[in-house]
Ligand binder design. Sequence first.
Ligand SMILES: [Zn+2]
Length: 260
Amino acid sequence: MQMPSCRARGLLVLLALNLAPSANLPAASWPDQYQSGQFLYHADFPLAADRALLDSIPHVQAQLVHLLGIQPSQEPIYVFLFARRSTYEAYLQQYFPTAPPRKALFIKGRGPGMVFVYRGENFAVDLRHECTHAILNAALPVVPLWLDEGLAEYFEVPAQRRRHGSPHLRSVRLAAWVGKVPRLEDLERLSEMSEMGRSEYRNAWAWVHFLLHGPPAARAELRNYLADIQALTPPGQLSQRLRARLPDVERHFAEHFRNW
Ligand SMILES: [Zn+2]
């Protein structure tokens, strides 16, 4: 079980079975429900005003599948939305008493993934972030923590801001200008949410951005790496694979952000 980090959102991939499965959740009794693609939304408030946002989530999946070349899962993803934080917290306390206290949460056990978000000021960002975790973990048997969070950070902003408008971009570019490149190996060593601080999220986002928009060889290696994971072939470390394909990968990383 992964533990909370200093970030307000959560990712909880459960190997233990001590938390309630989704079948125990009273999904039928929600005041409003809505389906968009394989996302099944349940809310304690009327969803009509949020339809455009809810309908944009399947596009996150489409773009993710397009960029990463993974086969999408067809399994449903249950999304539980709350008008108030207090109700959200009480709900999680009742059904997932051992879940970490976070302002949004993705939980996956052996069944379909579940996303829990309340309608706070970053509702849309939180929803896209947690649903990215849900999409990835439905499609792949395992996702390295840094890559899971880096991709969630990438996709949490609206589609038109993903390439050029991330709040992480400025500081990553400044660091690249002075030759500072975060080590991918350091990110790969992270295994607990408690180890993910602000700089780890930023560095994970930066490597994801480089892999998606840097040299074509970098994206190709990411796609091969994920294809191996999806095929249950031991993938090794992405850092080593990248170095084999792109010697001097740090120089490419710095150049990518200096020129972006
Ligand atoms: Zn996350």
